[in-house]
Every structure is written in C-alpha cells, then in structure tokens.
Design a protein around this ligand. Structure first.
Ligand SMILES: C[S@@+](CC[C@H](N)C(=O)[O-])C[C@H]1O[C@@H](n2cnc3c(N)ncnc32)[C@H](O)[C@@H]1O
Length: 240
C-alpha cells in the first residue's frame, strides 16, 4: 500500500475528496448499509437545537448534516475545502434556502469568534492535520453556552471482523464503485492513526469544553462526542 496515503497535506486530502465526490454518497450507503444516515440524525438530535439557532457544519462534504439541520434551525453554514464535494452538496440541496455553502479550511475557520449556536463535524476530524487545532477553532466560533459535536470512526474498536471489513472489503468497494481503491484504503489507515474516543474526550476538555459526553454507535465502530462551551465567568458576575 502506498505510504503517502496518510498524508494530511491539505492538497492531498482535498484532491482525494475531489476525485471521489461523485460516488461519495453511494459508497457511504453501501459501506454502512445506510446506517450513517441514522448516526447523523442522532448527532443532530444531540445538539438540542432551537428554531432560531445558527449552526455550522465543518467538513460538510456533500452536505448530509446541513440538510438534516436545515428544517430545524434558522440558518446553516456548510464549510468544506473540496470544491467538488461542495458542488455535490449544492446540487443535492439547492432547494434548501437557509443553507450557505462556503469553501474554507477547518483549521482557520473564516468566522468571527462566538458566531454560531452549535458547531458540528462528522467524519471530518480524522482528516485534518491538527485534531486539537480544529477542535479549538470550533470552540472559538461557537457562542458561550453552545455545543460542539464530533462524529467519527473509532480507532479503538477491538472487533477483528470490523478491521477485516475495513482493511480488505472497503478498499475493494472503493475500487469498484469510485475507481479509487487508495481513497478507501486511506479510510482504514486514517481511522487506525486517529485519536481514540477517550483521547478525543480529553481534547474536548482541554479545549475548555464542559459536560463532555461520549457515546458509541454502530456496534462500537463510531463514536460521538458532545461538549458545551462555558459561559464566561465575567458574564455571570453580579454587578458590584
Ligand atoms: C469523510 S468526508 C465527511 C463529509 C460529511 N461530513 C459526512 O459526514 O458525510 C470529510 C470531508 O472533510 C473535508 N475536509 C478535510 N479536511 C478539511 C479541512 N482542513 N478543511 C475543510 N474541509 C476539510 C473533505 O474535503 C471532505 O469533504
């Protein structure tokens, strides 16, 4: 297998997603037997959204999460650096008028501090070259009291059948359907190299989030983390 598959260089990652954008949704459905849809619905529910909320979906890809969020809140921004993934998102959800699609880097979010009521990322954190940097950026742009959520594959899954499936069958499916075996071999490699769910929980806490909770989905193959940005102590102080 190509050793450079695990490069987290932005051009390598965006180039790979540009190549597989057209078949990305079909492969997600095939590889997870449609279960990713349910995990994404669960993730959106865990945010406890209000109709007036403004939500950011980082690494939005072809826009699944943004589309689930759209009818529940007032505005959604879907951000990604792959123009081809965003092209698919725009085509699929052109009729969702409260979604803004924006090209940008998850490690330098083009938004002011405290801009969103909730910020989420699904199957994206594993791909960025600084996991902690990305979490810090999400914390920066969420409002005090708002939630941050991450949904991604779990590197500590100890079911050998899962790894056989991930290591051998998925790259073949990627080869047949997307004509890109390497991109789907990367999926396995990037999961193995990714922080474990308990490390991610620590990163959430180190980024200043509180009430951090982790939940496993998909028979342990996927983990979801939620945390809340504290309301600044100054804001709680009684006037003297
Ligand atoms: C596996 S896809 C996930 C897409 C979608 N969130 C989902 O759950 O189906 C990962 C996405 O992250 C994007 N991505 C990776 N690194 C990024 C970065 N540094 N900034 C912006 N987008 C990034 C890729 O272009 C890709 O669309």
């Amino acid at each position: 297998m190509n050793a450079s598959l695990l490069s987290k260089a932005p051009e390598a990652i965006s180039g790979m997603f540009n190549r597989i954008a057209k078949t990305y949704d079909l492969l997600n459905d095939v590889m997870t037997l449609g279960m990713h849809r349910r995990w994404k619905q669960q993730a959106c529910r865990a945010l406890g959204l209000q109709p007036s909320d403004r939500v950011l979906d980082v690494c939005t890809g072809t826009g699944d999460l943004a589309a689930i969020l759209s009818p529940q809140v007032s505005a959604v921004t879907g951000l990604d650096f792959s123009n081809q993934m965003l092209f698919q998102a725009r085509m699929r959800f052109a009729h969702f008028s409260n979604i803004t699609w924006q090209q940008g880097d998850a490690l330098a979010l083009p938004f002011e501090d405290n801009s969103f009521d909730s910020v989420m990322i699904s199957f994206g954190l594993r791909n960025v070259h600084s996991v902690r940097g990305c979490i810090e950026e999400m914390v920066r742009v969420v409002k005090p009291g708002g939630r941050i959520l991450n949904l991604d594959t779990a590197s500590d899954n100890n079911n050998p059948l899962f790894w056989i499936y991930f290591n051998h069958l998925m790259p073949r499916l990627g080869g047949w359907i997307a004509r890109d075996e390497n991109a789907y071999a990367y999926l396995c490699q990037s999961t193995q190299a990714f922080a474990s769910p308990s490390e991610l929980q620590q990163y959430f806490e180190l980024a200043g989030l509180r009430k951090v909770e982790m939940k496993r989905l998909g028979f342990g193959a996927v983990a979801m983390h939620v945390g809340e940005k504290p309301i600044l102590a100054e804001a709680l102080k009684e006037p003297v």
